[in-house]
Ligand binder design. Structure first.
Ligand SMILES: [Cu+2]
Length: 352
């Protein structure tokens, strides 16, 4: 990286010196007008405009070809499909508009390039044209904004209908902890001031609150497929953000308050591992890992796909590694797993 930056700096310095010499030359009083653009210069610049347009289109096609495969696989939550449609439609509209306007911009720059014979036409305004190019963006943008607001209201409508599972996501520098509400499905009161490391009360649960006794604290998030989950986010120290990209979910975790997000997972981890996009991605990454392993580089074991909870706010030096595994499984598997976990009441009793 450093050699690259050094080269960039050197090139920029060279350009600066070159420009300064040019300015100096131009400031000298001269009789010749060699600095005035000739017909050839104008033609040249006209064609360069076209060359730049081809470069833009080329880089667009290249990006599609090269980077489409790094996009997320299909959404694994109920609201995710609608969210993806909104984004795809926005991208398609932007793509069409940008392709056309770039063409027009560069084509006109070519067509009306400098020409001594031609005189500029004075054209004050045209009400009809102004109306057309104002009303079309207004309609399109209003449509997108209304659709976006509708999607947002739907996604952010967090309620207790359909018997949701209540789960707390607790963020701290630099890890996640999850807390299930237990049999009563009500989270016990908690406050960072009640954290007691000696008693392993790492989330500061209020042990006098009866709702807290059956709460279950874990380091791996298990979710039953098809069941709505209401997440309550807390942070111990700084701003974090609970980001679950495969479920198209993100919510900030703010110290001193509880934020919420809700979604219904629709695809189990096992099913997602069969998804062709995911199979492809795993194959690609394991190819890179195998190649690195053959060169004796550490941490290059084959990788297996898992859903993941990431922190999406730069919260400190180990932010990049603040993550928790999410496993979406069948109702039976989930019930078996949760039954094998220890409740807060029991762990407090054994710590006495
Ligand atoms: Cu964080």
């Amino acid at each position: 990286m450093t050699p690259f930056l050094t080269i960039v700096v050197l090139v920029l310095v060279a350009i600066a010196i070159w420009q300064m010499t040019k300015i100096f030359e131009l400031s000298q009083i001269r009789t010749s007008n060699s600095q005035v653009a000739s017909e050839t210069d104008n033609k040249y610049n006209g064609y360069l405009m076209f060359a730049f347009l081809i470069f833009l289109y080329g880089i667009t096609i290249f990006s599609f070809w090269k980077y489409t495969k790094v996009l997320l696989p299909e959404a694994a939550s109920e609201h995710g499909g609608g969210y993806d449609s909104l984004m795809v439609i926005s991208f398609v509209i932007i793509f069409i508009v940008q392709t056309l306007t770039q063409f027009l911009l560069h084509y006109f720059a070519f067509k009306y390039r400098g020409d001594r014979e031609r005189k500029a036409l004075f054209y004050a305004d045209n009400d009809r044209l102004e109306f057309i190019w104002t009303i079309i963006p207004v309609i399109v943008l209003a449509g997108l904004i209304l659709w976006g607001l509708y999607a947002w209201t739907n996604i952010m409508d967090i309620n207790d209908e359909d018997d949701p599972l209540t789960v707390e996501l607790y963020a701290q520098q630099f890890n996640w902890t999850a807390r299930y509400a237990g049999n009563d499905n009500v989270l016990g009161d908690a406050n960072v001031r009640m954290i007691d490391i000696d008693k392993a009360n790492i989330l500061g649960l209020d042990s006098s609150d009866p709702n807290a006794a059956d709460d279950i604290i874990v380091k791996e998030l298990h979710l039953p497929v098809g069941r709505k989950v209401n997440f309550k986010m807390r942070s111990q120290d700084v701003l974090h953000s609970a980001y679950m990209p495969h479920f198209r979910a993100q919510m900030n975790c703010v110290p001193g308050m509880i934020t919420q997000f809700s979604f219904t997972p629709t695809i189990t981890t096992e099913e997602m591992r069969q998804n062709p996009d995911v199979v492809d991605k795993v194959k690609r990454i394991n190819g890179i890992r195998a190649e690195k392993a053959s060169r004796g580089i550490d941490n290059t074991d084959p990788w297996e796909f898992d859903y993941i909870l990431l922190c999406n706010k730069i919260c400190g030096k180990s932010h990049y590694n603040m993550q928790m595994k999410i496993i979406v499984e069948t109702e039976e598997e989930y019930n078996a797993w949760i039954a094998s976990q220890q409740t807060f009441g029991k762990s407090m009793a054994s710590a006495q």
